[in-house]
Ligand binder design. Structure first.
Ligand code: FES
Length: 210
């Protein structure tokens, strides 16, 4: 097992930009570098409360990912660039995916679309591999894993591959796409994880892998 092996309960410091545990996750300009900047331990009362978590997405640089904690679960938030989004429609990628149209119940109806998101530029995923629960590694650049790599996630435990929408490749140990948590935006920069848009009812308890 390589030193990249990590379970959801053993998140290594380098995997964080910021771990938000309070009511508001402010990602400061001083912490713009991937992979690790700061970690905060959640208080037991915050974990127990399990309330919605607000994240200021305006501080996430284009192409950057942050990781926050919501209800003890690691959540990826990515600011996807136009080239990153363009990969999601490439026929060569779609041909590799197990569930390119997100038909398995791994997301709310409002994210059952080509970008698996409410706003294409912002990807919000539960950062738990659908195989055995490791945290996939963010590999956003083309060619970063091998010559045909189009950007996405590579699970360090058994090598499952996902694209930049969390869609799993075919013939991987992981059987399903990464889940999307309930979320909505209250304004242009405020993402709230744990609450659906008005009129939507969805809970992570509905997905097949959590
Ligand atoms: S836990 Fe991700 S491939 Fe096994």
């Amino acid at each position: 097992m390589s030193d990249h092996s990590v379970s959801a309960g053993e998140i290594k410091r380098r995997d964080f930009l910021y771990v938000a545990t309070g009511a508001f996750a402010a990602v400061g300009g001083a912490i713009a570098l991937w992979p690790f900047i700061q970690q905060m331990e959640p208080s037991s009362d915050v974990l127990a409360a399990g309330g919605p978590l607000a994240v200021d997405v305006s501080k996430i640089e284009p192409g950057q990912q942050i990781l926050v904690m919501w209800r003890s679960k690691p959540i990826f938030v990515v600011n996807r660039t136009s080239p990153m989004l363009a990969t999601l429609k490439e026929p060569a990628l779609l041909a590799k995916l197990s569930d390119p149209n997100s038909k398995a119940k791994q997301q709310p109806a409002y994210a059952e679309n080509w970008s698996r998101s409410l706003q294409p530029e912002y990807l919000v995923l539960v950062a738990i591999c659908t195989h055995l629960g490791c945290i996939p590694g963010f590999k956003p650049n083309k060619g970063q894993v091998d010559a045909s790599w189009q950007g996405g996630y590579l699970c360090p435990c058994h090598g499952s591959r996902y694209d930049l929408a969390g869609r799993v490749h075919m013939a991987q140990p992981a059987p399903l796409n990464l889940p999307v948590p309930p979320y909505h935006f209250t304004d242009a920069k405020t993402l709230v994880i744990g609450e659906n848009p008005k009129g939507s009812a969805y809970s992570l308890s509905e997905v097949e892998t959590l």
